[in-house]
Design a binder for this molecule. Structure first.
Ligand code: DAS
Length: 347
């Protein structure tokens, strides 16, 4: 009798597990894994301290949403990410989404460069399965910490069939953002991540509410594939401002880069004394990509700058840090200006 009851309980538990999606959480560090000295330390803390198993164990609600496994890929603050970190993480995500027993992937990540990693994965992972990148603005030790709910929301979205095919997503502060569009726009609030084109939706009490879908190419529709990328192209950014000296651009040209992102004021404007410096870079075979330091809007081609004449590329609505990611990926496939400009229009 007892054995029968135990068997029934086991079977019920096994059936319940089988019914839930399987989500893998890849942990990389950041504030979501941070720890402060006291509950009032919402901004003073050490990032990248709490291991993924402890993060998951501290959130028993996850088991209501999915069967969750954790892997510690890195344990670093994300301002220290390198191209090699992106490639290592991307290869792990790519391997996991190929597995039939993985329904979605969550990446826990520092918020400083979260937008860069999310966009990179959006460009190179060939899957329609949900991939959700998540961080937090406060460490879990702080009063009103945001990491636990952000992580629960991330697993909820990663476990959701209605999140498939929407590209890499970011769940912060109850919102579901596009990994392509989102940027850290406030560096000291929990409502930190914004997209000038708006969030894709929201997660409220475990339910996804969608209001729009991405129109740019991503993931399964991308022409770029992490499985065939061995290294990313070297691309650097020089921000422009009043009185900017050409020495910064000359120095960038000597560092072995394949492209320079010019982070200009306004519509990606280039100071007249900088034009010859950029033309010299172009003559050295370095691609010049005009982006704007202005948070919203997008750079027009041939508006105030004769891009056709100078053989320059415009970054469309991509901020310099995102333009760098796209250029670093695109240059693994082409160094042709017209092809690069097509890629910046499409991705
Ligand atoms: N240093 C920040 C980072 O790791 C902490 C954070 O906000 O996650 O990106």
């Amino acid at each position: 009798m007892v054995a029968g009851l135990a068997l029934t309980a086991l079977t019920t538990c096994a059936l319940a597990q089988a019914a839930k999606p399987n989500v893998v959480v890849l942990a990389t560090g950041g504030t979501i894994a941070g720890a402060g000295a006291s509950a009032i330390n919402s901004a003073t803390y050490a990032a990248a301290k709490v291991p993924v198993d402890k993060l998951l164990a501290g959130l028993p609600e996850l088991s209501n949403v999915a069967n969750v496994k954790g892997e510690q890929v890195f344990q670093i603050a994300s301002e220290s990410f390198t191209n090699d970190n992106l490639l290592t993480l991307g290869r792990r995500v790519s391997a996991l989404v190929k597995q039939a027993d993985v329904d979605g992937v969550v990446v826990t990540h520092g918020t400083d460069t979260l937008e860069e990693t999310a966009y990179f994965l959006n460009l190179v992972i060939h899957t329609n399965k949900p991939i959700v990148v998540v961080g937090s603005m406060r460490p879990g030790t702080a009063l009103s910490a945001d990491g636990a709910l952000n992580l629960l929301n991330a697993v909820t979205v990663a476990a959701s069939k209605d999140a498939a095919g929407k590209g890499v997503l970011v769940t912060m502060n109850d919102e579901i953002q596009s990994g392509r569009d989102v940027s850290k726009s406030v560096n000291i609030k929990t409502e930190a991540f914004k997209s000038q084109w708006g969030a894709l939706g929201m997660v409220v009490e475990g339910k996804n509410y969608w209001f729009r879908a991405p129109v740019k190419r991503h993931t399964a529709q991308s022409e770029f594939n992490i499985d065939s990328i061995s290294t990313l192209a070297a691309v650097d950014i020089v921000y422009s401002y009043g009185n900017v000296p050409r020495t910064l651009f000359d120095a960038a040209g000597k560092s072995g880069i394949q492209a320079l992102i010019h982070g200009g004021p306004g519509n990606g404007s280039v100071a007249d004394r900088i034009v010859p410096a950029l033309q010299e870079l172009r003559q050295q075979g370095i691609q010049v990509i005009r982006s704007s330091r202005v948070p919203d809007g997008f750079v027009l081609r041939n508006a105030e700058q004769p891009d056709d004449k100078y053989d320059w590329v415009v970054a469309h609505d991509l901020k310099p840090q995102k333009a760098r990611i796209l250029a670093a990926v695109a240059l693994t496939q082409t160094r042709d200006t017209k092809e690069l400009q097509r890629i910046f229009w499409q991705y």
